[in-house]
Design a protein around this ligand. Sequence first.
Ligand code: SF4
Length: 65
Amino acid sequence: MQVTLHQDKCVASGQCVLAAQDVFDQRDEDGVAVLLDDRPPEELHDDVRHAAAVCPAPAIALADS
Ligand code: SF4
């Protein structure tokens, strides 16, 4: 799985961090999401898919690879 985070579209809701805290974090200054791991291990894929599903912005893109 390849994860892409579009920070320009992020609205800093924090949903992705709640869903997958090993893959996403938020910047202290403005809450914009930060990608910690663009190729997360298999056991985190469900959490990452959940993060993408609950993100209120089109900020998280997933691709199989
Ligand atoms: S869930 Fe989406 S909009 Fe919210 S912080 Fe994460 S990437 Fe940004």
